[in-house]
Design a protein around this ligand. Structure first.
Ligand code: ADP
Length: 394
């Protein structure tokens, strides 16, 4: 099928591959996990049988095996029209999605300094797929790109100027593809155009970020130089006092250890001492586990504070939007967050809030709420497929 689009999303030890048809319908998806490990495995969604992988398979080997499997099952016939790749950090170089050539690869490599855990593996995926489909267009779609419209007052840290000019230290923002999708879908649900729609978009998954979108453009966001800043996340701390690093050093904790602690051992996991999984935390809290309830409280309070902060960038608010695994699926987290927002006049409708979840979008606010509240399932893969198709057709 010449018109199909493949979408590749490589994480540090996992990858997702999706196949879209010419009508932007997802016709297949696959997942590989524990890559570069002896127990690496892969499977096609909806099928419990594993796809055979070489022992300790790399990202390249897993992609090759999954593309072959799509072919064997006649899901992919011929070559795809284009391949879209998720790339985490585009730095200041990439303000929008681009077609990949050798120079693009080098520029993505240069941005790897800013995202050492993500960009190299994103690039490995691009190189593997370019080797498999050398004469097809490949598009790189950046998590940071949608935030290129942040005004300088929002992206600059109050640091000496050379930190920015020489080292590129500024706020970049992430989850841009998801926030962009929220801007577009919220406008549709509100019966408006994106260019006249202003929302606050809360993406709450394992990583969490919130963005102020003014007339369709990102104007403030909670993640910064790296995806560690801002909200409480699954294992990431979000905001802490920058003085913490020096204080930890006096306790014998090195910068590397502190980095690992803030990224891997903090957030919901750190507070609860049990899990980074919000669903499990809610169950634990229901059984009287106080640290889990505290983790939920801190998560929701920080989020509500950030909703307030985001209003500083907006002249109007058409909707507060929840998305991501937690935002889409947890009426409780939405309720516990909104309960801090009484002064803004935001209220949920108990029934609507309870009934909306993954696969269903819609309003969850009460008729008395001063601002509408929406739940919208995110679809970053669709945006990447559409960007790849647009660039390939241009
Ligand atoms: P990722 O950022 O890795 O894509 P997701 O967007 O899938 O992650 O979000 C994962 C989070 O969503 C987990 O914390 C999970 O517990 C949470 N989640 C999923 N379903 C529910 C639910 N019904 N109630 C509460 N949390 C949920």
């Amino acid at each position: 099928m010449e018109e199909s689009i493949l979408v590749v999303n490589c994480g540090s030890s996992s990858l997702k591959l999706a196949l879209f048809d010419q009508k932007n319908r997802k016709i297949a998806s696959a997942l590989a996990e524990k890559l570069n490990n002896s127990d690496a495995f892969a499977r096609i969604s909806g099928d419990d049988n594993p796809v055979e992988l070489p022992a300790g398979a790399s990202h390249e080997q897993a992609l090759q095996a999954l593309v072959n499997e799509f072919r064997n099952r006649q899901l992919l016939t011929g070559t795809p029209k284009a391949i879209g790749h998720r790339v985490v950090h585009g730095g200041e170089t990439f303000r929008e999605a681009v077609l990949v050539d050798d120079a693009t690869e080098q520029a993505i490599e240069a941005c790897a300094e800013l995202a050492p855990l993500h960009n190299p593996v994103n690039l490995a995926g691009i190189r593997a797929m370019r080797a498999l489909f050398p004469d097809r267009p490949h598009a790189a779609v950046f998590d940071t790109a949608y935030h290129h419209t942040l005004p300088e007052r929002a992206y600059r840290y109050a640091l000496p100027e050379h930190c920015y000019t020489q080292w590129g230290i500024r706020r970049y923002g992430f989850h841009g593809t998801s926030h962009y999708f929220m801007a577009r879908e919220a406008a549709r649900l509100l019966g408006k155009t994106p260019a006249t729609t202003s929302i606050i978009s809360a993406h709450l998954g394992n990583g969490c970020s919130i963005t102020a979108i003014r007339d369709g453009l990102s104007v403030d966001t909670s993640m910064g130089l790296t995806p560690l800043e801002g909200l409480v996340m699954g294992t990431r701390s979000g905001d802490v006092d920058p003085g913490l690093f020096d204080y930890l050093a006096t306790r014998g904790v090195s910068a590397t250890e502190a980095h690992r602690m803030l990224n891997n051992d903090s957030g919901l996991l750190g507070l609860s001492g049990q899990t980074n999984d919000m669903r499990s935390l809610c169950e634990l809290a229901d059984h009287g586990h106080e640290p889990s309830q505290l983790a939920i409280d801190v998560f929701c309070f920080r989020l509500a504070r950030y909703v307030g902060a985001m209003t500083a960038s907006l002249a109007q608010l058409d909707a507060l939007v929840f998305t991501g695994g937690i935002g889409e699926n947890s009426p409780r987290i939405r309720q516990e967050t909104v309960k801090h927002l009484g002064l803004l006049g935001i209220e949920l409708d108990t029934g609507l809030n309870r009934d909306h979840g993954r696969m269903s979008d819609g309003f969850v606010s009460s008729p008395d709420s001063r601002f509408p509240v929406l739940v919208i399932p995110t679809n970053e893969e669709l945006v990447i497929a559409q960007e790849a198709e647009r660039l390939a057709s241009a």
